[in-house]
Design a binder for this molecule. Structure first.
Ligand code: HH2
Length: 261
């Protein structure tokens, strides 16, 4: 899953793809590098980010999706939004995957949209909301808490009519978590894989990698690759990244060397 942030304030590439032609060109590059899904977002979810009005978010993402759809795309288009009106407009323009970082808690009607239109979706764990989520996050046991949350949100989606096969699950690395919480989730990923749905992980360039390595955001590719490769071995199957080509090489080697029965 290649990241296309049509935002002025995303933590690692804010402002680079705000112009829709630049976002389309970037999406095409990621597709050529081998992304199977293009995740388009018009609102940053970085810690402390301010909410964006729905009309502005639609203005940022819809033309990009329309251009990608009109030009034909092999990759599936995902909309990274928590708002029903943005998700609807994105789907009308050609998106077929909804990546809602609130797992249908902000706008529960998105579950109905996903069900009615036969979309795929990702349900992600987040503690609190982006503006406040990094204020002293605490858990009894982070892995059990995340697992219980994902089970509950999956039950909600299924009750709203989303077929289980359409659901992917995500521990929400960096969303209301300390460095230790993120590391523990990655170390114990098999416990989440036991939920039986494909696991998505988003670690790309995130600050816990900076804290572990001392690297600035632009120098976190090796750390990103290491975390994704280990996540793959522990059961993750979708990898949300800014740098698709290097990840593809890393995963090709990882997949070739997985122990065979
Ligand atoms: N991380 C970010 C945004 N959306 N979606 C899922 N499912 N999982 C994630 O881990 C995830 C996500 C944050 O990263 P980025 O898009 O690079 O930055 P920003 O939120 O500042 O736009």
């Amino acid at each position: 899953m290649g990241i296309v942030n049509a935002t002025p304030d995303s933590f690692s590439d804010g402002g680079r793809y705000l112009d829709s032609a630049a976002a389309v060109a970037h999406a095409r590059e990621l597709e050529a590098e081998g992304a199977a899904i293009l995740d388009l977002g018009g609102e940053s979810t970085r810690p402390g980010a301010d909410p964006v009005p729905a009309a502005e978010e639609r203005r940022r993402v819809v033309p990009v999706i329309e251009a990608l759809t009109a030009g034909g795309t092999r990759a599936q288009i995902s909309i990274d939004t928590i708002k029903l009106s943005v998700a609807e407009a994105a789907v009308d323009a050609g998106a077929s995957y909804v990546n809602d970082v609130t797992a249908f808690r902000h706008d529960p009607e998105i579950a109905g949209l996903v069900a009615d239109r036969g979309l795929d979706c990702c349900l992600m764990h987040m503690r609190g909301e982006p503006r406040t989520m990094q204020r002293a996050p605490a858990y009894d046991d982070v892995v059990s808490d995340v697992k219980a949350f994902l089970e509950e949100r999956m039950a909600f989606a299924i009750a709203a009519g989303v077929p289980e096969e359409r659901i992917q699950l995500d521990p929400g690395i960096g969303f209301g978590k300390t460095v230790d919480h993120n590391v523990e989730l990655l170390a114990r990923l098999p416990e989440l894989a036991a939920l039986g749905r494909p696991l998505l992980v988003g670690v790309s360039r995130k600050s816990f990698l900076g804290r572990l390595t001392g690297r600035e955001v632009g120098d976190r590719l090796p750390a990103t690759l290491a975390a994704n490769v280990l996540a793959f071995e522990r059961g993750a199957r979708i990898f949300r990244v800014h740098d698709v080509a290097p990840l593809r090489d890393a995963l090709t080697v990882a997949a070739a060397t997985v122990r065979r029965p």
